[in-house]
Design a binder for this molecule. Structure first.
Ligand SMILES: Cc1cc2nc3c(=O)[nH]c(=O)nc-3n(C[C@H](O)[C@H](O)[C@H](O)COP(=O)(O)OP(=O)(O)OC[C@H]3O[C@@H](n4cnc5c(N)ncnc54)[C@H](O)[C@@H]3O)c2cc1C
Length: 380
């Protein structure tokens, strides 16, 4: 697997301009890292996956994974913008030639932000096919009614990829859902209301309300009623990229832990001389390396055009667990200072916890493996 050393070095250089103090100040105010996202966009990192014919750099998924891993490894937070990298995949694979020509070059240049993904709803949760938001055809428009929750970055995005019900859930329960590329600028406060949700980490997430929101029929992506399949088709890339972010987090925690363990002297010797300090750090490191191999494996299958659903999900689960284990070891190694804002450990600890729940929770990954890989009965 190519290591993308030059890309990693360039990304690390950019991230050095956004040190812990930058993220701490934003964290206190729950503010969005506008300058950081702008810098990533200007350097073309967020358009890595967009083909060259549409103005992107046409890099493989593993290069995008390397970019996100380095962002996290540098102590930054790619969660503010990672969706700009992969959400355009639905448009690329299923959009009309006109939609691609209109939107992809603008997304590639950063002129348009596509980083809001309206799937989860408050009542249906993980049971996506039970979602209640509807889009009703009315002449040249669709009229949308309903609500989404946890629509991250909606206040910092021009476009939203929205999943809504346009027809009955039959004969299959995955039928009748459609994907729309909503230009939020046109409907904000005119059918669309966005309310921020304060969370334990700074993630710019929101709840979104649609009330008779009128959008042109030309915003439909692909065929009506096939939206669930379109969303599913993008999920492997999303899982692999988020797994790479977790690997970056795990590396950040481990580097921070070892540095502190070597430098902190208690009872006349570095704390890192005690096996009680060494072992949790070493164990988390071993778990991270194993998860990293699964990320590489899933990315290689993805790039070869092979089915990688199980591997992408396992990569995400294992990497999220490894980053959490490394985070836990890091707090413990730092003792009281693990809780002090200025060390950034507590901030990263809060940030990395998310990935065992979103974009898919661990239980659902285990159910998928049990049913689809191991052949046990469906449990829900
Ligand atoms: C900060 C944040 C950002 C997010 N960003 C986005 C976004 O941009 N767009 C978007 O659409 N969504 C987003 N999400 C939503 C996220 O994908 C969901 O929170 C996640 O998939 C879990 O769904 P839920 O919260 O509805 O939990 P629920 O579905 O209510 O599940 C609650 C718990 O029960 C478990 N559970 C449920 N059913 C089963 C079962 N059958 N067997 C075993 N366990 C089960 C789950 O694993 C989970 O632990 C975000 C969430 C958060 C917290």
């Amino acid at each position: 697997m190519e290591n993308f050393t030059e890309i990693r070095e360039e990304v690390a250089k950019l991230c050095a301009d956004f040190p812990g103090a930058y993220w701490r100040a934003l964290d206190r105010e729950s503010a969005y890292p506008t300058e950081f996202v702008r810098a990533l966009g200007e350097h073309g990192w967020l358009s890595a996956l967009i083909p060259e014919e549409y103005g992107g750099s046409g890099l493989p998924l593993s290069a995008a994974a390397a970019i996100l891993e380095e962002i996290q490894r540098a102590g930054c937070n790619g969660g503010a913008c990672h969706a700009q990298m992969y959400m355009m995949g639905a448009l690329l694979r299923h959009g009309s030639p006109e939609q691609k020509r209109e939107y992809l070059p603008q997304i590639a240049s950063g002129a348009l932000r596509l980083q809001a993904f309206g799937v989860t709803e408050p009542t249906s949760g993980t049971d996506t096919t039970a979602l209640k938001t509807t889009a009703r055809r009315d002449g040249a428009d669709y009229v949308v009614n309903g609500q989404k929750i946890w629509t991250s970055r909606a206040e910092h995005s021009d476009l939203m990829l929205l999943l809504a019900r346009t027809g009955p859930a039959s004969p299959k329960r995955t039928d009748g859902l459609s994907v729309f590329l909503v230009d939020m600028r046109a409907v904000k406060d005119n059918g669309l209301t966005i309310r921020p949700i304060r969370t334990m980490m700074n993630h710019a997430t929101t709840e979104v309300f649609f009330e008779e929101m009128r959008i042109p029929a030309s915003t439909l992506v692909g065929e009506e009623g096939r939206g669930f399949r379109y969303i599913l088709s993008g999920m492997n890339a999303e899982r692999i990229l988020i797994a790479a972010e977790c690997i970056g987090d795990a590396k950040w925690f481990t580097e921070k832990s070892t540095a502190y363990a070597n430098e902190r002297v208690v009872f006349g010797r570095p704390i890192g001389q005690n096996q009680g300090i060494q072992f949790p750090i070493a164990k988390a490191y071993a778990r991270m390396r194993a998860a990293e191999l699964m990320v590489y494996h899933a990315a290689a299958l993805y790039e070869a055009g092979q089915d990688c659903g199980a591997e992408a999900n396992m990569a995400k689960m294992l990497a999220a667990e490894a980053s959490w284990e490394a985070a836990e070891a890091c707090v413990q190694t730092h003792g009281g200072f693990g809780f002090a804002e200025e060390y950034d450990v507590e901030r990263k600890f809060r940030e990395t916890r998310l990935y065992q729940v979103a974009p898919i929770s661990t239980n659902l990954i285990l159910s998928h493996l049990a049913e689809h890989v191991l052949g046990m009965p469906r449990s829900y």
